[in-house]
Design a protein around this ligand. Structure first.
Ligand code: PXP
Length: 241
């Protein structure tokens, strides 16, 4: 059964709206664990728009499940990761002006920069994953860097409004998943997954982890974090709500 990484960034987004100390993402992580989260995921963005350095440090002390740090392939953030020592680092592309991570990391174009960061993280003994589009060339380039895992971007699948386009995007995800698995890569997925669209993705054979944030945090406003995570876990297990 694939694992669920709960991305708690948007709890920090609410806190930062008032630059106060509530709601605390550290509380969110504890509640998510009570609901069955298998990993806690946070994205320390260069502009610190939601998660702060302090959050990652306190989470490192308090989270009982593995901590997955999403980060840009930048030296300053790499040094921070080396200090904090998350179990997994997921390298993501980052542009200051985007609302959320919009496309996958282009491992072919930015190979040297990504490699500098990957090498340091691998030397430190962390599990390293690259967040990429479901594209065979990007998967090959990721494998060549010696990473453990790829996280395939599910945004095109999630955003498809037309049924046949969505089916095509799912087929592309399945093909890319098979390619990654044949190369011996661990297979993770994420972005834009919701209670409505997660089922077919969770059913992909060989899948290790799903990283889901916005939809779980949105539901938690109404049902509480623990219940929101538990409900997502049920869907991933194919049990329905
Ligand atoms: N995986 C990665 C690499 C991401 O950057 C994000 C967004 O921060 C997610 C998963 C979660 O996406 P969403 O919030 O749309 O569930």
């Amino acid at each position: 059964m694939p694992l669920l990484g709960v991305n708690i960034d948007h709890v920090a987004t609410i806190r930062q709206a008032r630059r106060t100390n509530e709601p605390d993402p550290v509380w969110a992580a504890a509640a998510a664990e009570l609901g069955g989260a298998d990993l806690i995921t946070v994205h320390l963005r260069e502009d610190r728009r939601h998660i702060q350095d302090r959050d990652v440090r306190v989470l490192r002390e308090t989270v009982q499940v593995p901590l997955n740090l999403e980060m840009a392939a930048e030296q300053a953030i790499t040094e921070f990761a080396l200090q904090v020592r998350p179990e997994q680092c997921t390298l993501v592309p980052e542009k200051r002006e985007e609302v959320t991570t919009e496309g996958g990391l282009d491992v072919i174009t930015h190979r040297d920069k990504v490699k500098r960061c990957v090498d340091q993280l691998l030397d430190a003994g962390f599990e390293v994953s690259l967040f990429i589009d479901p594209d065979a060339d990007q998967i090959d380039a990721s494998k060549a860097l010696g990473v453990h895992a790829v996280e395939l971007h599910t945004g095109s699948y999630a955003d498809a409004t037309d049924h046949s386009i969505r089916r095509g995007e799912l087929q592309a995800l399945v093909a890319a998943s098979n390619h990654a698995l044949q190369l011996g890569l661990k297979l993770n997925v994420g972005h834009g997954l919701t209670y409505r669209n997660v089922g077919p993705v969770a059913a992909i054979q060989g899948l290790s982890e799903l990283n889901i944030g916005h939809s779980i945090i949105a539901r938690s406003v109404f049902v509480g974090m623990e219940a929101a995570v538990r409900e997502m876990k049920r869907l991933i297990m194919g049990r329905g709500l």
